[in-house]
Design a protein around this ligand. Structure first.
Ligand SMILES: Cc1cc2nc3c(=O)[nH]c(=O)nc-3n(C[C@H](O)[C@H](O)[C@H](O)COP(=O)(O)OP(=O)(O)OC[C@H]3O[C@@H](n4cnc5c(N)ncnc54)[C@H](O)[C@@H]3O)c2cc1C
Length: 385
């Protein structure tokens, strides 16, 4: 039994839940030979080939309309898929952002031509997207972005720099938040979202190495990049409203609860053995599960609101803040547990998995919006500031 099986506080509709067995069987086979310390990369694990296998099963763009190549299923179908991908530590990084954010954003705000061009490619695992929001000195203070798309007779000329752009070195496209009018002092006004083909002349992508030695995020430079008029998504000047709605998708999903689940399951396996079983470990397992179950219930209910077309920005911030706190508590608590034991007894693979998750965990409360910012949003939502 895996951790997921214990989280039964909320039920997902039966027709969506019914998919779980097939997905599990597929993933058990597909990830069988990947060691836990690699699977622990969770949604940062990258394999184009694996994403295409999922596309062939109809598991990319599952919520997108069938007329654009999607599955036409409910958000809960996707929830089941995503939970299982994370539970198995499947290398889903290549399609992750396109499936979660970019294609739904294009569906909501894009022109008919943009929908017809991009969405079927996302569903086939042929078009991968990255998010160009952060810039040096404009991370939390996103309204101050300086990258500028200046209108000209062919469309826009793009100049500036983005940073921490996950998988920019692998993706074909970026959806960038840029200034199309006014100045950074105008704050929320004059911002727009544009689709940037990263193969265009004038685009330079430089990977950055993180604490664990992986290079998953990048610096991206734009030097007089000529974009067509059809690069604009939605209305000029509406970028801020579009981005804040998009962030609710980014913040409330199962990926904000399960970043440490491969480690937790590895550790549980050990705790179930005669050498691993101790009273304090059992207490820790109970503590994690009793926090995870209500968090999953909250995440599912935010999903429900998103499905209804609402924009639950504060609720999504709450799920992310509480979720990443738990995701960070797990490696710290497991380290404390394992280091109180006889080193000979602890499986090496478990220690390697712990090492990776410990190194990755500081980023959990940074990516997708920092803890301090989310707490500020929650306080404002509760009328406390
Ligand atoms: C693994 C990873 C992947 C990422 N992927 C992407 C991506 O794909 N695309 C993208 O656009 N970005 C990405 N980011 C960037 C991420 O969203 C930013 O790091 C984040 O928004 C914070 O911005 P910053 O790093 O500039 O920090 P800053 O905004 O400089 O913040 C530094 C510290 O000051 C605090 N702080 C700042 N302002 C306030 C305030 N008003 N009140 C209280 N405290 C404050 C912050 O909480 C933080 O602790 C990624 C980051 C990580 C770690």
């Amino acid at each position: 039994m895996s951790t997921l099986d214990s989280l039964t506080l909320t039920r997902i509709p039966a027709q969506d839940e019914a998919l779980r067995a097939e997905v599990r069987a597929f993933l058990a086979e597909a990830t069988r030979d990947i060691p836990a310390h690699i699977r622990a990369r969770s949604w940062s694990g990258y394999s184009t080939e694996f994403s295409r296998r999922l596309a062939a099963k109809g598991w990319l763009g599952v919520t997108l309309p069938q007329e654009y190549g999607g599955g036409g299923r409910s958000a809960f179908t996707r929830y089941v898929l995503v939970e299982e991908f994370l539970n198995f530590g499947a290398p889903v990084g290549s399609h992750w952002i396109a499936d979660r954010q970019s294609a739904p954003l294009i569906l909501k705000f894009g022109t008919e031509a943009q929908k017809q061009f991009y969405i079927p490619r996302v569903c086939r695992g042929e078009a991968f997207f990255c998010i160009g929001m952060s810039e040096p000195n404009s991370g939390s203070d996103l309204a101050s972005v300086k990258t500028r798309a200046t209108p000209n007779d062919q469309g826009f000329v793009l100049n500036g720099q983005k940073i921490w752009t996950t998988n920019a070195h692998h993706c074909q496209y970026m959806i960038a938040l840029v200034r199309t009018s006014g100045t950074p002092e105008d704050r929320h006004k004059g911002l727009s979202q544009v689709i940037v083909d990263l193969s265009l002349p004038g685009v330079t992508v430089r990977p950055i190495e993180d604490l664990s030695g992986d290079s998953h995020f990048c610096e991206v430079f734009f030097d007089n990049v000529q974009l067509g008029a059809d690069a604009l998504i939605g209305a000029e000047g509406q970028g801020w409203e579009q981005v804040t709605a998009e962030l609710a998708f980014e913040r409330s999903g199962p990926e904000r609860l399960y970043s440490s689940i491969v480690l937790f399951d590895q550790w549980l396996q050990y705790v179930r053995t005669p050498e691993g079983r101790t009273d304090s470990a059992r207490q820790l397992a109970g503590k994690v599960l009793t926090q995870l179950a209500p968090l999953r219930a909250m995440s599912v209910s935010v999903q429900e609101k998103l499905t209804q077309g609402a924009s639950p920005i504060v609720e999504a911030a709450l799920v992310k803040e509480l979720g990443t706190t738990l995701e960070q508590m797990i490696p710290a608590a497991i380290a404390e547990d394992l280091f109180s034991r006889d080193a000979e007894d602890v499986p090496v693979e478990l220690l390697q998995t712990l090492k990776y998750v410990t190194e990755a965990s500081p980023s959990f409360s940074l990516r997708g919006g920092t803890r301090d910012i989310l707490r500020g949003m929650i306080a404002r939502g509760l009328g406390l500031r």
